[in-house]
Design a protein. Structure first.
Length: 200
């Protein structure tokens, strides 16, 4: 059934009325809707009247320090202790990789040897002389990244555990726990190899 045309209340032409409430044709009704949307998107007058505050009127916040004063002091102490120990080992002829036990050589191309923290880096241990040991970069990365099963296949790992017992019993026992957790040694072997720490 063909729709009859009626005079549009806006444009005055005979058109098909799509908005019976206002008596508008399609084109006029679209214009009405567009105007309504524009009015809704307008910024309210109360916001337009607000004065613009210059950026320099606000108090500048003090930037948060990337490192605390204590951390900076700890790092300074760590660097000093590390370099003193490096020079000491070189003078004594014992500047060797903590893991593979091969001699270490510092150069401009390869840089200085890595420094391994045997008992971690927390608190005073970070700059503790007895906690710092030098190593090749590859050996250091492999020790931290590889699973125990893969370390067991290297030439140096078992000898390293033997040396570790002499250096630090706490670190030695931690390594035994790592082996036990990986099921490389069972509980009976762990208890047999475990070395109680010396009590002064």
């Amino acid at each position: 059934m063909k729709k009859e045309k009626t005079i549009c209340n806006d444009c005055g032409f005979p058109r098909i009325i799509v908005n019976k409430k206002y008596g508008l044709c399609n084109a006029c009704n679209s214009t009405r809707i567009k105007k309504q949307r524009e009015q809704k998107s307008d910024i309210p007058e109360k916001f337009k009247e607000r004065p613009i505050i210059p950026a320099d009127a606000f108090k500048k916040r003090k930037p948060i320090a990337k490192k605390s004063a204590k951390r900076i002091a700890d790092e300074r102490k760590y660097v000093e202790t590390r370099e003193r120990k490096r020079e000491f080992q070189k003078e004594k002829g014992i500047y060797r990789c903590f893991f593979c036990n091969a001699p270490l050589e510092d150069s401009e191309e390869s840089g200085n040897a890595d420094c391994h923290h045997v008992l971690g880096r927390d608190g005073d241990l970070y700059a503790e002389w007895s906690n710092l040991f030098f190593s090749h970069r590859d050996c250091h990365n492999n020790y931290h990244d590889w699973p125990v099963e893969r370390l067991m296949k290297t030439k140096w790992y078992l000898k390293f555990i033997d040396r570790l017992e002499k250096y630090n019993r706490e670190a030695y026992n931690q390594e035994l726990r790592r082996l036990n957790k990986a099921s490389v040694i069972d509980d009976s072997q762990f208890l047999k190899m475990f070395k109680p720490e010396k009590v002064d």
